[in-house]
Design a protein around this ligand. Sequence first.
Ligand SMILES: [Zn+2]
Length: 294
Amino acid sequence: MGKLYRAISADGSAFAAVLDAKDIVSEIEKLHKTSAVVTAGLGRLTIAASLMGYMLKGEDDSLTLRIDADGPAGQLVAVSDSRGNVKSTVANPVVELPLNDKGKLDVAGAVGRDGTLAVVKDMGLRDPYVGVIPLVSGEIAEDIANYYAISEQIPTVCALGVLVDTDLSVKSAGGFLVQLLPFADEKCIDIIEKNVAAMRPVSTLLDEGTTPEQIANMLLDGLEPNELDSASPVYRCDCSRERTEKVLISIGQKELRAIAEEGKDTEVKCHFCGKNYIFTPEEISRLAEGASEE
Ligand SMILES: [Zn+2]
């Protein structure tokens, strides 16, 4: 279970959201059998999705982060509901790269530096909100902050970190978002910048046992932080046989008939949790009835 904690400054001009995501990222490593650098990359994207998804207002709202770039990991996708519960997937879970020049896992090398970050917010309207920006670093936290600056004009500090142990298990994982509301004054920005500059990496703090609450209070130190709320998000896939049928129907009648005629069972695997859904030729024929003729 993840631990998410949010604090707000006494004057209401700044808030900090901090997530301890060790359990969530451990689940990603177990499900997708990711190599260390991909655990870090997909982990960071998933932590960001949870923090951002938790900010959505409507109960049924969801948020998707998608990176399409030129790195060997291929496409990365993370989806969060409004409680911060997340699921994620990556095209190539196993990428091996040497450490970068800072001696860290080379996330930007795996993800790529040339590409885009898409933020999709489905808030139950006819069309979801979609914001797409070019990547600035491929290290993800900077890209998330840049998204807020460019697409939403919200000054944001973002940090995301995953420590992978030598046996590939997740030692610690987490991140934070600090955002300023439009009426925040210069003094407030200075204080937060100073607080962030004085902090050690978020994955190190969590590894040492610092709690999300303590980290939020460090981020807003000097601004009299108060608890806003807290949550316990988890890795959770919401796939179902019914949803899988809808996906199959969407490929069209002609295609489904052709599949049914092959006379073999069709296996559809969920990319987010690995669950297999099996359809007999008879079931595929039945789905074809309901599909459009295109
Ligand atoms: Zn699933």
